[in-house]
Design a protein. Sequence first.
Length: 312
Amino acid sequence: MEIPVTSAKTAYKKPFAKKVYPYLFIMPFALLVLVFFILPALATIIMSFTDLNASMKINFVGFDNFKRIFSDYSMPQILWNTVIFAVITLVFSLFFGLFISIATQYFLKGKLTAVIYRVLWLIPSIIPAVVYVTFWKYLFDPTEGGLVNKVLLLFQPDSDPISWFTKIAMAVVIIATIVSTTSGGMILLSAAISSIPEDLYKAAKVDGASEKSVITKIILPSLKWPLMYITISDLIGFVSSYFFILLLTNGGPMRDTTTLSLYAYQQAFNLKYYGYGAALSLMVVLISLILTLWLLRLFDFDEMIKPSRIED
């Protein structure tokens, strides 16, 4: 029986092919990341050190744009609006997502009502943003044609229509954002709860555990990873979010609903101060990075990634 002899050339080609193939597979995606993420990010950083405006003439001005941020008289209110919008929206969207997940995956698990309820919460997140915002504008229209004003006029026929976008503009923006973003956390938390073994629930019931104990001792400890991810991703998203605000109020009245990211958009695309808008965008990135590091520390990320210890 003859033993096939592998030539030195063939033996050299096989390992080389194995090394090249993975890079060939990831190359298209690497190019997409380079073109649509890395290069725009570098361009934004470079632009932030220039006075680029509508004339499209680039002059490097060093840190003047960043100095201008700290001397901008509108900045205190804008930062306060950003904090109010991001924190309140995060707290309520996280709470509702957790509440709905526990209600549908534990108390109503396997029932049709649970499925219907989750689907209803998904609707705001899947319809086009313009259609969604149009609904909220109709809901809080300041004239008698607005749905809320119509209802109020039924009980108080002699009252005047209320201008909701003047009196409680930030509240309307927050409510609209909460309703639209709750479903994301609900999906992840529902999946995490459904992965908890049923034996844990049965054992807890045998031991006489109450529903409160099951939630606090079994369900919530199992949700630490998804809760950390949702908190960080949602908070970063809310800090950098401006689309709903732009469509609903355009930052008004005055600057009552203008957040930092919306202000950056207005400076760059409305007023054509591209350099200053880029500097504001970098501030949004810096704030998001600081918040991410703080939340990782708050959730004790270093302890979470350690391998589990098996007690003897």
